[in-house]
Design a protein around this ligand. Structure first.
Ligand SMILES: NC(=O)c1ccc[n+]([C@@H]2O[C@H](COP(=O)([O-])OP(=O)(O)OC[C@H]3O[C@@H](n4cnc5c(N)ncnc54)[C@H](O)[C@@H]3O)[C@@H](O)[C@H]2O)c1
Ligand SMILES: [Zn+2]
Length: 369
């Protein structure tokens, strides 16, 4: 590989109406600025980051863009999921309109999934849409959130309830920034990579298991290889199912069980990724329970999680603690809930289940533990 570009080719998201690249760089702010300028050759640029990422990388990126004769400025908001709300959007709108802005200008989301979702929604709504580039700096954002055009904010009624599908001009994964990401954030992001590998197939699971130890040591090549498993799959799935009508729902693997864990533990105790990791173990166990898989799938999911420092077992929870959030889940269909199950790598599928069937599963599981 070279010092500034990734090891392999770019992926492309192709929705039929727009097509954009997902690339990987190991370079510095100048390399990222060059990639942004290549995708958006004219107009002014507003770089949006949370305060943590801004302190590390924003000034360098803004300076590098200015060094390429582009008008650029940075805006920030407080780091954390709590900022993903309409008040932050409103404050960013106000700051954007304090200066001159027109429809030829561009927003760059520099940061994790919170920044991408927020800044993407701002880009979708400023003058009904200005160009936008994603520069993800977390494993979760590189392997999942930055790709696919889902943007938006949380509402008091629930997560991600207001937003828009709005595709970027490019996704530029800035792999070198992962060196400053906390270990827990890195590992949590890896849960979505495990999910992608399970959806994708045997090769992806093998690759992930083989790079896991080096990725946890933050070896750049291993980090890129892991991020590519998620990014490649997401680019393909989104291209086939832009508006999440079918195939894209496979990306919910582990999430319905995971939401119950997040809910029972109180948000913030188990990270989203940790909960999804344990949720995938349960999805595998439930696949065995309903006769769709043999028990080796459970061992395989546990081994993959373990290799990445992710949980292999959910926290102790009562049957009601499982069932109540699962049936309040937005994927509910009548009195049934659609779960994404996993019969093996490359064999994930949706299956409707009901309260009684799931209650039986959790009761048997409880007495077996
Ligand atoms: N749009 C989608 O399709 C999609 C998909 C999955 C998740 N999401 C959303 O993504 C969000 C979670 O994303 P996330 O886990 O990236 O969270 P995040 O953006 O909050 O980042 C996690 C933390 O890491 C810090 N950080 C980011 N990059 C860093 C770096 N390189 N060095 C040091 N610190 C860094 C941030 O300041 C933050 O504190 C959720 O809001 C979720 O709903 C969106
Ligand atoms: Zn997730």
């Amino acid at each position: 590989m070279t010092s500034s570009t990734g090891t392999e080719k770019n992926y492309f998201v192709d929705t039929g109406t727009v097509r954009y690249p997902v690339s990987f760089t190991h370079g510095d702010a100048k390399d990222v600025a060059a990639a942004i300028v290549e995708s958006v050759p004219d107009g002014r640029i507003v770089v949006i980051s949370d305060a943590t990422v801004a302190a590390l990388y924003q000034a360098d990126l803004v300076a590098a863009l200015q060094g390429m004769e582009r008008s650029a400025r940075g805006l920030t908001f407080s780091a954390g999921e709590a900022s993903k709300r309409i008040e932050t959007v409103s404050s960013l709108w106000a700051q954007i309109f304090e200066d001159d802005i027109d429809r030829g200008d561009c927003i760059v989301a520099l940061g994790g999934g919170v920044t991408g979702d927020l800044a993407g929604f701002v880009a979708a709504t400023v003058m009904r849409g200005i160009r936008f580039v994603q520069v993800p700096t977390t494993m979760l954002a590189m392997s999942d959130a930055a790709i696919g055009g889902k943007t938006g904010v949380n509402l008091p009624a629930g997560k991600n309830l207001a937003g828009a599908f709005y595709q970027p001009e490019a996704v530029i994964c800035w792999v070198s920034t992962l060196q400053t990401l906390s270990e827990r954030e890195l590992i949590s992001g890896m849960a979505e990579v495990v999910k992608s590998a399970l959806i994708d197939g045997d090769d992806a699971v093998e690759t992930l298991q083989s790079v896991a130890a080096d990725a946890l040591k933050k070896d750049p090549i291993a980090l890129e290889a892991a991020a590519r498993i998620g990014a490649g799959l997401k680019a393909r799935i989104v291209s086939e199912d832009v508006l999440e009508r079918g195939l894209r729902s496979l990306l919910n693997l582990g999430h319905t069980f995971g939401h119950a864990i997040e809910h029972a533990g109180g948000y913030g105790v188990w990270t989203h990724g940790e909960a999804v990791a344990a949720g995938m173990v349960l999805a595998a166990e439930f696949s065995v329970e309903v006769g769709e898989a043999d028990s080796s799938v459970v061992d395989m999911v546990r081994a993959t999680n373990a290799a990445l420092g992710l949980p292999v077992e959910p926290p102790p929870m009562s049957v009601d603690e499982w069932l109540e959030p699962m049936f309040r889940d937005k994927k509910r269909d009548g009195d049934q809930v659609k779960l994404i199950l996993c019969a093996g790598p490359g064999r994930c599928f949706g299956r409707l289940t009901d309260w009684d069937e799931l209650r039986g599963f959790f009761e048997r599981r409880r007495s077996a533990v």
